[in-house]
Ligand binder design. Structure first.
Ligand code: PGA
Length: 225
């Protein structure tokens, strides 16, 4: 199974999210983009800001291959933690969550311990965790469902990380059995084909190229059926 994950970060108003979904729904009916999805070899996961879950949800009821994901989760189950968003508050159709993203580690000083707590909160609610690592200095929590290598040299930048260096980090990460290895960082139409062909990367976390539905669905067309 391949994964293509849209990480919208702090982008899109409700109106923009609605028009993204309208276009996405239209493209989802076109075979060119969705052969891999229809053959059950690809899952799409859309991760909008929390407040946009209710905007996306109605569109997803008819798209069985498309899932909703969160960009983060509180490390607390519930209680007096102003501004936190606990997993218990997620709508039931949120099946995945990104945690440990380098932007959270950098701007919000998140530590491996906090990422581990978040992974536990997700596991308690049967939500699968895409755990992002900047490199081998970040720990893989045992509760991680997927390990996403996201080098800071490429995330949010125009630099394409060479396949060889991605694979060499993959080898040194010692990923436990049963956890899939994913990649994120400037994934776009000029590099995704080569990354997929390696047969070593089970999916991609996509930031900028997910903000336009045509560009995002174009990436989906690269996956083998
Ligand atoms: P980018 O972001 O695709 O814009 O580089 C990737 C990510 O942060 O997951």
């Amino acid at each position: 199974m391949f994964y293509l994950i849209a990480n919208w970060k702090a982008n899109k108003t409700p109106a923009e999210a609605k028009s993204w979904m309208e276009r996405f729904t239209h493209l989802s009916s076109q075979d060119t983009f969705t052969r891999a999805i229809r053959s059950n070899s690809l899952r799409l996961v859309l991760c909008p800001p929390f407040t946009l879950f209710p905007v996306l949800s109605p569109y997803l009821t008819n798209l069985s291959h498309v899932y909703l994901g969160a960009q983060d989760v509180s490390r607390f189950t519930h209680g007096s933690y102003t501004g936190e968003v606990p997993a218990s508050s997620f709508p039931k159709n949120v099946k995945y969550a990104i945690i440990g993203h380098s932007e959270r580690r950098r701007h919000f000083q998140e530590t491996d311990n906090e990422v581990r707590e978040k992974a536990r909160r997700l596991q308690e609610r049967s939500i699968e965790a895409f755990v992002c690592l900047r490199d081998t200095r970040d720990a893989v929590p045992p509760e991680a469902s997927y390990v996403v290598y996201e080098p800071e040299s490429a995330v949010g930048k125009d630099y394409t990380e060479p396949l060889e260096s991605i694979l060499s980090v993959k080898r040194s990460l010692n990923i436990p059995d049963g956890k899939a290895f994913l990649y994120g960082g400037n994934v776009n139409k000029t590099n995704i084909g080569r990354y997929i062909e390696s047969g070593e990367i089970a999916g991609f976390l996509v930031g900028r190229a997910s903000l336009d539905p045509d560009e995002f669905m174009h990436l989906a067309s690269y996956f083998p059926v």
